[in-house]
Design a protein around this ligand. Structure first.
Ligand code: ATP
Ligand code: MG
Ligand code: MG
Ligand code: MG
Length: 439
């Protein structure tokens, strides 16, 4: 992408409305724009990062056996009347009427709708286990939307729903998602800690919130230091080995971890002082096993091996991609801007032409930009007419992992400079060596 042909509206001033660093940086880097309270446009730079986050979530959901579909944002109130949540959900639900005066709503979550899909097609235990997910917008009329897309009213959620014949099957499904979440957050450059959670309005008796530690987090959390060094399940983990899944779950729940709502002061105090972590955290994911709460109310049953009808056991599993993007920035930035983990960077590298219009600089930059693209990388080329200082500041702000800097002096001796955004380390290489190093 040539910056001269891209749309990346950088803000020079610090936006006054931003209270936390991720919000400030997302606005300054031209990633998002607020359209009305808690409702955002994802501008092209932000959209690139969001797409990469979604791609990782999707890969790990698929690896764990979940199957993608896409449900609508607008739902009929009838389904929610069946489950009893239409009245219970309260003011967070945006209620709408269509022209026939039929009550509709903008989905805050999809348990009812997926249960309706399930009951329409699945009739036998032979089709279980089944886990269906989508990545779709949700709307919750949050009383206090804030911190940009960290707590917005319209936001993206990956929500998966599992269906099993009995409790044991459902616990196996739960453990698969638990392991998939550990891998997902790790690939996003985050260490998320599963904490025992309250099941709230979703219902049920087994639930974990995945929390990343951050000073700006809205939750107060308490856990054992060992969580920071537990191993993440490997890529070749067999998700269909129930014992292996249980072993992962057991290890990751073997130490104390709870948010303030579930906090047990006595249990926490039993931990060695040196191993106590008392911090703030951001909820990036939340998984629930809730048994037959919806399947019972909505008649989702299958025929079991015994020939009898069984009400299916369900779980639901949420991740917030539009919250993860700012959460990653909270965890990875410096005073000059964002530092993206390579796995979700909007571009793989940025070629900075310090003197656009200078024939030698232009040639060196075009050569590198062309070669990186040819090698399958996704480079950004700052070919604009700006001062070099402006270009350096922009490159640092948008956090692309590698910068290739071409100025008249270095180019005269056939060289360019490579800068690592994270460490600041610089090295001078010939154009050819630079290309070889990056491809
Ligand atoms: P919170 O406690 O922050 O209000 P929640 O517990 O209501 O979140 P869940 O119903 O568990 O959220 O939804 C699953 C995931 O969706 C959350 O873990 C979070 O990542 C994301 N999410 C929930 N509400 C929002 C929001 N208002 N803005 C952005 N992401 C959200
Ligand atoms: Mg909430
Ligand atoms: Mg919560
Ligand atoms: Mg939650």
């Amino acid at each position: 992408m040539r910056l001269s042909r891209f749309f990346m509206p950088i803000l020079k001033e610090n936006p006054k409305e931003a209270e936390i660093v991720s919000h400030r940086l997302m606005l300054r880097a031209g990633m998002v724009r607020q359209q009305s309270a808690g409702i955002y446009t994802w501008l092209p730079l932000g959209k690139r990062v969001l797409d990469k986050v979604n791609a990782i979530i999707r890969e790990e959901q698929n690896r764990a056996g979940a199957i993608e579909l896409l449900m609508p944002t607008l739902q009929s109130a009838e389904l929610w009347q069946e489950s009893g949540r239409y009245d219970a959900y309260g003011k967070e639900m945006l209620r709408i009427k269509d022209r026939q005066d039929r009550p509709m709503l903008y989905g805050p979550t999809n348990e009812e709708m997926i249960t309706d899909v399930f009951r329409s097609y699945v009739k036998s235990y032979k089709d279980l286990p089944l886990n269906l997910y989508h990545i779709q917008l949700k709307f919750r009329d949050e009383i206090r939307p804030r911190f940009g897309t960290m707590r917005s009213r319209e936001f993206l959620m990956k929500d998966a729903y599992s269906f099993d014949l009995n409790r044991q099957g459902a616990v196996d499904s739960y453990n698969r998602m638990f392991a998939a979440y550990l891998r997902t957050f790790s690939r996003l450059g985050l260490r998320a800690i599963p904490m025992r959670a309250d099941t709230g309005p979703i219902g049920g008796d087994l639930s974990h919130e995945f929390i990343i530690l951050a000073d700006t987090g809205e939750s107060e959390v308490f856990c054992h230091k060992e969580f920071l060094s537990f191993d993440i399940p490997a890529e070749d983990t067999d998700f269909w080995d129930a014992a292996a899944m249980k072993a992962i779950f057991d290890q990751w729940t073997s130490r104390y971890a709870a948010t303030s709502e579930m906090h047990d002061e006595a249990a926490f105090n039993a931990i060695d002082d040196a191993a106590k972590v008392s911090a703030r955290g951001i909820e990036v994911g939340h998984i629930f096993y809730f048994g037959t709460k919806y399947s019972e109310a909505m008649g989702a049953k299958v025929q079991g091996p015994d020939g009898k009808e069984h009400t299916v056991h369900m779980g639901s599993y949420g991740i917030g991609p539009t919250r993860l993007v700012p959460a990653i920035i909270e965890a990875s930035h410096d005073e000059n801007g964002i530092i993206w983990p390579a796995s979700i960077a909007p571009f793989d590298a940025v070629v900075i032409n310090m003197k656009s219009g200078d024939a030698a600089c232009d040639t060196a930059c075009e050569t590198i930009y062309g070669a990186l693209g040819k090698a399958g990388l996704d480079p950004l080329y700052d070919d604009k007419d700006d001062r070099a200082g402006t270009k350096f500041a922009t490159a640092d702000l948008i956090g692309v992992p590698v910068q290739i800097i071409a100025g008249p002096r270095s180019v005269a001796s056939g060289e360019v400079e490579l800068k690592d955004r994270k460490t600041g380390a610089r090295e001078t290489l010939t154009v050819e060596a630079a290309i070889n190093k990056l491809t």
